[in-house]
Design a protein around this ligand. Sequence first.
Ligand SMILES: N[C@@H](CCC(=O)N[C@@H](CS)C(=O)NCC(=O)O)C(=O)O
Length: 201
Amino acid sequence: LVLLYNSQVSGNCYKVRLLLTHLGVPFETHELSVVDRSNRADVIGADANPALRVPTLILDDGRPLAESNAILWYFGRGTRFVPEDIYEQAQMLQWMFFEQYDHEPYVAVARFLRGWAPKTPENEALAESKMAGGNRALDAMERHLTGRTYLVADRLTLADISLYGYTHVAHEGGFELSARSAVRGWLDRVAAEPGHVAIDA
Ligand SMILES: N[C@@H](CCC(=O)N[C@@H](CS)C(=O)NCC(=O)O)C(=O)O
């Protein structure tokens, strides 16, 4: 069985659970806290993931794999979630790199600081400093999704699974989606896909 070092509230872990569920890949989870990280080295171990982060996944043959989007690629390759066309594959990767550089460091971090980190003026100021970057990323998605059903190839791919993870909980970081109707329509489409699971499932 695949073992996922998991935090239920983490969007990065949710992306992995969402894909594995869509694919019907059975997995078990080992729950870790996103707040108290003191046991990471003992539980995950530096061999499995030198960054000591979740998600970290242990394949059924014991080999470890980290980084949410790398895990998506490992399981998604050769399935309906990765286009066959090499240009569309590259477009899918375009959005997955965008997710990690332009989106997650702002949207996910603001959400963590406002929802889980100690409530201090420093953390609130730090969260506030993430808003401009997060809004820039959400605006880029709104522009791209206007007139499109999904990010790439008019169907659900790893790009959508990756960006759905933190976009659908962006409001928990203080981001406003009401004026972003293309993003909201896309969120609804992803959630209506057969086999979809919620982050708290
Ligand atoms: N780039 C990584 C990010 C993983 C990540 O940020 N994990 C967070 C939880 S969402 C974590 O483990 N934080 C604890 C820490 O940094 O020690 C991925 O996409 O998997």
